[in-house]
Design a protein around this ligand. Structure first.
Ligand code: PLP
Length: 387
């Protein structure tokens, strides 16, 4: 049989794929076609919160398939989406929910909702941000290399220095700003937990100037930082919150959570997406959210996070390659004094999958179900690579 890895690929070459072809997954391990097992500290880039083959996901998918309803148009009522929206509302600041299919799509929806509600068009985002690769979400994403080939992007969106109060005071305007978008813990931008005081300042400016505060929790939300939503740890409540990655256990799904105040500005026809919140994805997401929201589950994330943090700090104390360790829960960045691409490769050769977040930061996002022993195994490999 020809190996998939060596055969010419008909897939568009927009990804720099590396390593083996994976054919199965179990727990926190991915299994390659030669049977080799890789410890996955990437969780599909913060998607596979429950790891691989989790019974909650298997059962939810099976039950949904048994109902025969994979998709029903949003022209009609179905139960799973209603239940999931109610679940998210009951566990958050939000009053209403819109479902879509990805993180970028959730942010695009959030921008539209803020514009319709405010009657204004401006959007303010921050250095280090990543909000997606569609035309408006890319315009709010601080990655010049990703943006340049596709200009002009959506106008009216500006990126200002993160943490700069004077710049925010100048940019957020009562006349023009519809929304301010920020990740409470920046992911792609190098894993940067933002100060609660800074988020509170933005909250105040948004209130003063009639702009919606959007928290992008696509990467840091749904248990990743040790609370169901990252904003809960900041004491600052947004008007709109976007979710995606782990929401439906690996099936594509995004969500925009919003207050009645914003939602009241929206009516039939203002926004839509064919697949959004279909019965299969919503059934699975309902079980994923319920599982993650269990106090015992979140306590487990906190305990695992503390163990991972301690291990990373111990490695940092012995390594000249590390300048800083930062993060929350099971979302960690290891800032390095050298390019991290070779370190990611060296870890992979030792069968540990890790990510980068920019050229000099290693990013660690294991499944939230990881055990203490698995954390220690990964840390031992990281020590080999970093010390
Ligand atoms: N927002 C954040 C914070 C992200 O990390 C990402 C993806 O990495 C996105 C939005 C875009 O999500 P998607 O790739 O599902 O469009």
């Amino acid at each position: 049989m020809t190996s998939v890895t060596t055969a010419a690929s008909a897939l568009l070459g927009v990804y720099a794929r590396v390593g083996p072809t994976f054919v199965a997954g179990e727990g926190v391990e991915l299994i390659a076609e030669d049977g080799a097992r890789y410890l996955d500290f990437t969780a599909g880039i913060a998607v596979n919160a429950l790891g691989y083959g989790h019974p909650v996901i298997r059962d939810a998918v099976t039950r949904a398939l048994d109902s025969g309803l994979v998709h029903v148009s949003n022209l009609y009522h179905t139960e799973p989406g209603e239940q999931l929206a109610a679940e998210l509302v009951s566990r958050s600041f939000a009053d209403q929910v819109f479902f879509c299919n990805s993180g970028a799509e959730a942010n695009e929806g959030a921008f539209k909702f803020a514009r319709k509600w405010s009657g204004k068009t401006g959007i303010v985002a921050f250095s280090g941000s990543f909000h997606g690769r569609l035309f408006a979400s890319l315009a709010a994403t601080d990655r010049p290399d990703y943006r340049r080939p596709f200009a002009p992007l959506v106008p009216g969106i500006q990126i200002i220095p993160n943490g700069d109060r004077a710049a925010a005071d100048r940019a957020i305007s009562a006349a023009e700003t519809a929304a301010v978008i920020i990740e409470p813990v920046q992911g792609e931008g190098g894993v940067q937990p933002l100060a609660a005081e800074w988020l509170a300042y933005l909250r105040t400016l948004c209130d003063e100037r009639g702009a919606a505060l959007i928290f992008d929790e696509v990467q840091c939300g749904l248990g990743r930082t040790g609370s169901l939503f990252a904003y809960e740890q900041t004491g600052v409540t947004p008007d709109i919150l976007t979710l995606a990655k782990p929401l439906a256990g690996g099936l594509p799904m995004g969500a925009v959570l919003l207050t009645d105040t914003i939602a009241d500005a929206l009516g039939p026809g203002d926004h839509a997406t064919t697949f959004g919140g279909g019965p299969l994805v919503a059934s699975v997401a309902l079980e994923v959210v319920r599982t993650i929201a269990e106090p015992g589950f979140l306590a487990g994330v906190q305990t695992s996070g503390t163990r991972l943090e301690a291990g990373l700090r111990a490695i940092a104390a012995r390594s000249r390659k590390i300048s800083e360790v930062r993060g929350r829960g099971l979302m960690w960045g290891v800032a390095c004094t050298e390019a991290v691409a070779p370190l990611v490769g060296a870890a992979r050769e030792r069968r540990l999958l890790i990510l980068s977040a920019g050229p000099t930061v290693l990013r660690i996002l294991p499944p939230l179900v990881i055990t203490g022993d698995e954390i220690d195994r990964g840390l031992a490999i990281l020590a080999e690579v970093l010390v």
